[in-house]
Write a protein that binds this ligand. Structure first.
Ligand code: AMP
Ligand code: ZN
Length: 459
């Protein structure tokens, strides 16, 4: 029996290369992923990010043991979009109550949606509103160390105070300058400086602080919450590609300058975009489908899509590549899952997975290769138990679908009736129909000389 842990390799955006993953402490492997801003339903692009980091969480748990991994995914419940939504949806309520209503309903919906996509609950899901003291403390430290200053009703990060600002995104300050809008806020020392704290008007939500009643900027939330739950430096920080700049770049600047450290996280991982006709799926473009909509309505492709199908459709592409979101992709995932379900029959997932079976998965989450492997195990090698266990490790439950057996049996009976009535066209139609679903029919005569049909799942 070999007990060697599989070696995980991960692509690191910071070094632009793939390397073996070595945790700082194998008894507490620490992962942070930026979570949702809770003002509206999450779309399936947000779902992709949740699935990718859930998959990583599962792989880390598999390798290091479930009790040795801490996964933090925050809930951003302070944001101007939330205020706007609260005013629009609950004009009759006091703003604080209206905001709480919006954030609580949206956060609960998010939990439900991503659970349906097969995502485990993270170890901690901190809310920004419950970590305001931590943010203020960090801002205080940054001011004290001359990395931040108060001006024009804001506290700003002094970007020039960090000589190696821009390493993650590969942007330097001059690029930022060139890209900055002409009308630079006059109170900024440098156009690249960003907000840590901003004053609130009496109608806006706010907290008392040494710099006046106000609210935190977005970036400081993640720096403060990751420190609280994972420490000053931790193993892996993740999010979608769109977060590299400015969000993650600025998180790094705040955390490293506040702690005087060389790294905020050792590995930075970013998932690719979910695209619709060549454009990133996003709220602002209006080209989105919510997870809820896909699960519960027939708006996309004329049917409801089970959570496992959506998850498999995401994992059919490597997490770093873009995905074109189409009905065809979901249909492919559905067909694949149905074929596994039929071919696996009564098999139960194996209790153990040998390390050669997880080789591709630990290689920077090569899920397309893993899906091929599952397919071969179940359909060609008669190793359904191993295939199911590997699928389960990716968060995909392959259920035995009794309804499918019933449909096939009904169609076979209809075809036999057609053959007996010499309606060969109808018999062929049924055979072709089933063939398209990956089911092959074989006719034979039983002992009494009666025509019978067997079926099997083809590759
Ligand atoms: P947001 O609520 O917009 O801050 O996004 C939450 C998470 O979803 C972040 O990690 C984003 O990078 C990610 N995300 C947003 N849109 C997409 C998309 N179209 N494809 C993949 N990930 C996305
Ligand atoms: Zn963040």
């Amino acid at each position: 029996m070999t007990t060697a842990k599989p070696q995980i390799s991960l692509y690191n955006t910071l070094t632009r290369s793939k390397a073996p993953f070595v945790p700082m402490d194998a008894t507490n492997v620490r992962l942070y992923a930026c979570g949702p801003t809770v003002y509206d339903f999450a779309h399936i692009g947000n779902g992709r990010a949740a699935i990718v980091f859930d998959l990583l969480f599962r792989v880390l748990r598999h390798v290091y043991g479930p009790e040795h991994v801490t996964y933090v995914r925050n809930i951003t419940d302070v944001d101007d979009k939330i205020n706007a939504r609260a005013l629009r949806d609950h004009p009759d309520l006091p703003l604080n109550e209206a905001i709480r209503k919006v954030t609580e309903t949206t956060a609960a919906q998010y939990q439900k949606d991503v659970a349906a996509l097969g995502c485990l609950e993270p170890s901690v899901q901190p809310r920004a509103t419950e970590n305001i003291d931590e943010m203020q403390a960090m801002i205080g430290t940054l001011i004290q160390r001359s990395h931040a200053y108060a001006a024009g009703g804001e506290v700003l990060f002094r970007t020039r105070s960090m000589p190696d600002y821009g390493q993650l995104s590969g942007r330097n300050l001059e690029d930022n300058l060139a890209g900055a809008r002409i009308a630079v806020d006059a109170h900024k020392e440098d156009p690249a400086d960003f907000v840590l704290w901003k004053l609130s008007s009496p109608e806006e939500p706010g907290w008392d602080s040494p710099w006046g009643r106000g609210r935190p900027g977005w970036h400081i939330e993640c720096s403060a919450m990751s420190e609280r739950y994972l420490g000053k430096t931790f193993d892996i920080h993740g999010g979608g590609l769109d977060l590299i700049f400015p969000h993650h770049e600025n998180e790094i600047a705040q955390s490293r300058c506040a702690h005087g450290s060389h790294a905020m996280a050792n590995v930075w991982m970013h998932n690719g975009f979910l695209m619709v006709e060549g454009q990133k799926m996003s709220k602002s473009l209006g080209n989105f489908f919510t997870i809820h909509q896909l699960l519960e309505t027939e708006d996309f492709g004329g049917r409801k899509w089970p959570g496992e199908v959506l998850r498999l459709a995401m994992l059919m592409t490597s997490y770093r590549e873009p995905i074109d979101f189409t009905v065809r992709r979901l249909e492919e995932a559905l067909t694949l899952l149905e074929r596994w379900e039929r071919a696996a029959g009564d098999a139960e997932p194996a209790a153990q997975l040998s390390s050669d079976l997880v080789e591709r998965l630990v290689d920077d989450l090569d899920t397309p290769a893993v899906i091929n492997r599952i397919h071969t195990l179940i359909l060609e090698e008669g190793r359904a138990a191993d295939g199911l266990a590997l699928a389960a490790l990716m968060g995909i439950t392959v259920k035995r679908d009794v309804a499918v057996d019933d449909t096939v049996a009904t169609q076979i009976a209809a075809r036999l009736a057609a053959l007996n009535a010499k309606d060969f066209a109808e018999a062929d139609r049924i055979r072709n129909d089933l063939a398209e679903q990956g089911i092959a029919l074989m006719d034979y005569k039983d002992e009494a000389g009666q025509r019978q049909t067997k079926w099997e799942v083809k590759r």
